[in-house]
Write a protein that binds this ligand. Structure first.
Ligand SMILES: Cc1cc2nc3c(=O)[nH]c(=O)nc-3n(C[C@H](O)[C@H](O)[C@H](O)COP(=O)(O)OP(=O)(O)OC[C@H]3O[C@@H](n4cnc5c(N)ncnc54)[C@H](O)[C@@H]3O)c2cc1C
Length: 504
C-alpha cells in the first residue's frame, strides 16, 4: 500500500502547545519528519536518536529483516549470530546503548583462553598484549615462538630505529608502518591474520589512522611502535578488548526494534529505496513500498547504495563512490565432538597467509568463546564458525568464496575445522550446518579514507538536512557505527529544530 507523508518543517514544542489554549485558529504543531534509509544498526540507532529528540521517523529497509550485519539464524535448533558476534570495549558506545535498551545485565566477557594463530607448519597462542596483532614486546617468548628469533630481533630494533619522515606521510597504510618499524615477518605472521579476520582486508591497503586511530601520534610520542602499542593497551579499559551479549548480538537488534516501536517509529522492511530527490525544501524518497516525503534524511545504507541514491541530489558525490567491500562466506557447524570440550585452540584461530590446504581465514570456536552458548549446547556439543574470503593486496579478494555452492563450502569447512582444531570433525559428527554470505558488507577503510569521508561530509552539508552514516564512513565495527550514527542523528535533529518556524 503506497504511503505518502507530507513534508513538514514544523517542530513540536510540546510545552508551548500544552500551555497555549486551544482556540481552533492555531494549526496543530507537528513534529518534524525524517526518513532513514537502511535499517542496519546505523539506521536503527539514528532512528532512535531522532525519535528521542521529538522527530517523527520512518525507517526503510530493503531486506525482509532489520539489523543488517547484526542478524541471527537457526542452526541445529540453536539461535546463533549470523554476522557480528561481539563488540569492542575500547569505548562505551555499544555497552552504553545496550544498557539503555535494558541489556546491561546481559553483557558478557569472552572466555579468557584467547585466540590462536595458525601459521604455516604450527599453531601458536596469539599474545594478548598487542594491537591488531602488533606486539608490545617482540621479545616475548610467545612472539619468538610465532615469528622466530631473527624476526624477533628485527622487530625489537623498532626501539632503536629513528622515526625518519614515515609518520609525516600524508597517507600511511597499516602494513607500511608495521613493515618499516618491525619487519615483514611480524606483518605476515601476526598482523595480516588478525586484520584479515576482522576486516577481510590486507594491511597494505588499510588506512592506519582509520583502523588504529591514535597509533600514529602515539608512535611519535613514545618513539617506537612497540612502546606506542604498549601505551595504548595500558590506556584501554581493563579486561577483554571485546564483549558480547548473552543470547547473542542479535538481541541488540531485537531490543532496538522493540524500543523504536515504543517510540512510534514507522518500521518498513522489504522496502528497498529506489530514488531520492530534493523536494519542497525537504526530501522525497521512493521505495518499493511507496513514496515518503520528509524534512530530513538519514542515509544509512552501504556506501555503494548510498552514493548511487544520492548522486542526482548531491553533485560531486558520485566521484566518491566507494568500491564494494570484500565479501565473506560464513559456515557454521554444530557438531557433537567431546574432544572439543578441552578448547584445543582457545576461542578459535586466525589463519596466516600461506597455510597449505586451509582456505578459511578464521575459525571461531563459539562454544569455547561464549560460556552462555556452551551452557545452551551442553557438554560434547560445539559451535564452530569458519569464515572465507581473504582480500589480498590492492587486487581485492583472491577467491570469491561467496560464489561457491553451500555443499562445497560445507565440505571445505569440515576439512579446515579438522586441520585447524587438530581434531577429527566428520560428517556424522555434524548436528547441523548453515552457510551465510555477506556480499560487500565489510567496507574497507583504505588509505586516504579520512580525507574521502571529510569530502563526503562536506558535500552533504549543503543545508538540505541530510546526514550520512554507516560503516562505510564510520569504519567497520559496531563501536564506530553506533557512535557515528548517534552523532549524525543528533546533528540532524538540531538542524530540524533550528529550521522549524517559530511557534510564537
Ligand atoms: C560477518 C560479519 C561479522 C562481523 N563481526 C563483527 C563483530 O564481531 N564485532 C563488530 O563490532 N563488528 C562486526 N562486524 C561489522 C559490523 O557488523 C558492521 O560494521 C555494522 O553492523 C554495520 O552496520 P551498518 O548499519 O552501517 O551497515 P549494515 O548492517 O550493512 O546495514 C545497512 C542496511 O542498509 C540496507 N540497504 C541497502 N540499500 C538499501 C536501499 N536501497 N534501501 C533500503 N535499505 C537499504 C541493507 O539491507 C542493510 O540492512 C561484522 C560484519 C560482518 C559482515
Amino acid at each position: 500500500m503506497p504511503h505518502h507523508q507530507r513534508p513538514d518543517a514544523g517542530y513540536p514544542d510540546r510545552a508551548a502547545s500544552r500551555s497555549t489554549p486551544r482556540t481552533g485558529h492555531l494549526p496543530a504543531l507537528k513534529a518534524p519528519t525524517a526518513v532513514v534509509v537502511g535499517g542496519g544498526v546505523a539506521g536503527l540507532v539514528a532512528a532512535r536518536e531522532l525519535a528521542m529528540q521529538g522527530v517523527q521517523v520512518t525507517v526503510l529497509e530493503a531486506a525482509a529483516d532489520f539489523g543488517g550485519c547484526v542478524a541471527r539464524h537457526e542452526v541445529a535448533g540453536f539461535t546463533l549470530d549470523a554476522g557480528a558476534e561481539s563488540f569492542a570495549t575500547r569505548s562505551q558506545a555499544v555497552s552504553g546503548l545496550a544498557g539503555e535498551l535494558g541489556l546491561g545485565e546481559s553483557i558478557v566477557a569472552p572466555d579468557p583462553a584467547g585466540a590462536w594463530v595458525q601459521l604455516p607448519g604450527s599453531a601458536q597462542r596469539l599474545p594478548k598484549t598487542g594491537l591488531l596483532g602488533i606486539p608490545s614486546d617482540p621479545t616475548d617468548p610467545q612472539i619468538v615462538a610465532a615469528i622466530g628469533r631473527k624476526a624477533s630481533l628485527r622487530a625489537a630494533a623498532d626501539r632503536m630505529l629513528p622515526l625518519g619522515n614515515l609518520l609525516g606521510k600524508d597517507q600511511l597504510s597499516l602494513g607500511e608502518l608495521v613493515r618499516a618499524r618491525m619487519g615483514s615477518t611480524v606483518l605476515e605472521r601476526l598482523v595480516t591474520p588478525v586484520v584479515a579476520g576482522v576486516y577481510s582486508a590486507d594491511p597494505d591497503v588499510l588506512d592506519v589512522d582509520s583502523v588504529a586511530p591514535g597509533l600514529r601520534a602515539s608512535v611519535a610520542t613514545h618513539g617506537s611502535l612497540q612502546a606506542a602499542v604498549g601505551a595504548m593497551r595500558k590506556a584501554a579499559p581493563a579486561g577483554s578488548a571485546v564483549a558480547g551479549i548473552a543470547g547473542g548480538m542479535g538481541r541488540l537488534t531485537e531490543a532496538l526494534l522493540a524500543d523504536l516501536k515504543r517510540r512510534k517509529v514507522q518500521l518498513r522492511a522489504s522496502s528497498p529505496v529506489k530514488t531520492i530527490a530534493k523536494h519542497d525544501g525537504g526530501w522525497r524518497v521512493a521505495s518499493a513500498d511507496g513514496t515518503f516525503d520528509s524534512a530530513g534524511l538519514v542515509m544509512a545504507a552501504d556506501g555503494v547504495s548510498a552514493v548511487t541514491l544520492l548522486q542526482e541530489s548531491i553533485p560531486g558525490i558520485a566521484d566518491l563512490k566507494p568500491a564494494p567491500g570484500p565479501s565473506v562466506a560464513l559456515v557454521t557447524l554444530v557438531v557433537d565432538q567431546p574432544e572439543l570440550d578441552a578448547k584445543p585452540r582457545g576461542t578459535g584461530l586466525l589463519v596466516a597467509p600461506g597455510v597449505e590446504g586451509i582456505k578459511a581465514k578464521a575459525l571461531t570456536h563459539a562454544t569455547a568463546k561464549w560460556p552462555w552458548l556452551a551452557d545452551e549446547t551442553g557438554p560434547g556439543s560445539h559451535v564452530l564458525r569458519l569464515s572465507y574470503g581473504r582480500a589480498v593486496g590492492q587486487a581485492g579478494t583472491a577467491e570469491d568464496f561467496t560464489g561457491w555452492p553451500d555443499e562445497k563450502l560445507y565440505r571445505q569447512a569440515l576439512s579446515d575445522a579438522t586441520a585447524l582444531m587438530d581434531t577429527p570433525i566428520t560428517d556424522p559428527d555434524v548436528l547441523g550446518w548453515k552457510v551465510v554470505r555477506w556480499v560487500g558488507a565489510l567496507p574497507s577503510a583504505t588509505v586516504g579514507h579520512r580525507d574521502r569521508v571529510a569530502q563526503v561530509r562536506e558535500l552533504a552539508a549543503d543545508g538540505s538536512h541530510l546526514q550520512l552514516t554507516g560503516a562505510w564512513l564510520a569504519g567497520t565495527g559496531l563501536v564506530a557505527v553506533v557512535a557515528d550514527s548517534r552523532t549524525r542523528a543528533r546533528q540532524l535533529a538540531a538542524e530540524l529544530k533550528a529550521a522549524a518556524p517559530s511557534s510564537s
